[in-house]
Design a protein. Structure first.
Length: 62
């Protein structure tokens, strides 16, 4: 559970920005998107294979 402490002289927008950044680093939104619907094992394998291909393609060019 992510939480932030709002300082007295801090405005709401700044605190919200810090909270969003903390959630992003913790991977909460990515986890929610991943569990939004059921993924068949064949789809999971296909997604992981495509990710590995993209990663391999990026590392060869660098």
């Amino acid at each position: 559970m992510s939480e932030i402490i709002i300082h007295e002289d801090e405005n709401f927008e700044r605190a919200l920005k810090r909270f969003k950044k903390k959630c992003e680093k913790a991977g909460i939104l990515a986890d929610l998107r991943k569990h939004r619907h059921y993924e068949k094992p064949s789809e999971r394998r296909k997604r992981k294979m495509n990710a590995a291909i993209r990663k391999n393609r990026r590392t060869r060019h660098v």
